[in-house]
Ligand binder design. Structure first.
Ligand SMILES: [Mg+2]
Length: 227
């Protein structure tokens, strides 16, 4: 059996490994409530996946100091972590694919715009820590997706060239980031915030409804490992 240790799979978290969208929505509503501001579904759709400081300034005002913005972002994540502790599960097919890739020898990393503390908590709550050799969170990057930085840093941490890494994503901005990094990507539409066609235009090599439809062989094929 081929050992795939010279190849990597880099995972987005929200919408790909799990659906924490509702937990994020609820935690933004709580934070907005603290500030006596509204936070609607439209606000959520318009800002999901962006970094907290950008969201806070665009929704709650430009007048906050950097420290205030950092404190508000921390409070929002505290609300989020409290909600996550009360219930969270992986999306269909995720656990099997992580385990099968690990057994086959692939290196795996997280490439997310979420704070590291959240990522570690989610991994611990779902019992998947042992499958990953690197975690890249918001502290490790200066620019959010669609900038390729998050995936470039993840590949560096794995010690792999970009063309030996494949990205698992659910969002157009994330697929664009993978494409800009020179990496193949698979887009999953289970949570369904993005249209198949937009994901393909962004550069996704394959769009699937669920990760139950992705096998180790799919990734071997897309990375052109045996060509
Ligand atoms: Mg995502």
């Amino acid at each position: 059996m081929t050992n795939y240790k010279d190849y990597g799979v880099i995972w987005d978290v929200d919408g790909t490994l799990l659906d924490s969208g509702e937990l994020h929505f609820d935690s933004w509503v709580r934070l907005a409530g603290d500030l006596n501001k509204p936070f609607t579904r439209d606000d959520f759709r318009a800002t999901f996946g962006r970094r907290n400081p950008e969201i806070i300034r665009s929704l709650f005002g430009e007048h906050y100091s950097e420290q205030e913005v950092a404190d508000l972002g921390f409070q929002k994540e505290e609300y989020y972590r409290a909600a996550a502790r009360s219930g969270l599960s992986l999306l269909p097919g995720v656990r099997e694919l992580l385990a099968n890739l690990h057994t086959a020898g692939f290196k795996q990393a997280i490439g997310s715009s979420a704070p590291r503390q959240n990522i570690e908590l989610l991994m611990e709550l779902t019992g998947i820590e042992s499958y990953f050799e690197a975690i890249v969170g918001s502290e490790d990057t200066q620019r959010g997706k669609p900038d390729p930085q998050v995936f470039q840093v993840a590949a560096e941490k794995l010690g792999l060239d970009p063309d030996r890494c494949l990205v698992m994503e659910d969002a157009v901005a994330g697929v664009e980031a993978a494409t800009a990094a020179g990496m193949a990507s698979i887009a999953v539409t289970f949570v369904g915030h993005h249209l198949d066609n937009d994901l393909i235009i962004a550069g996704a090599k394959r769009v699937v409804k669920s990760l139950e439809d992705v096998q180790v062989d799919t990734i071997v094929e897309l990375l052109k490992i045996n060509d």
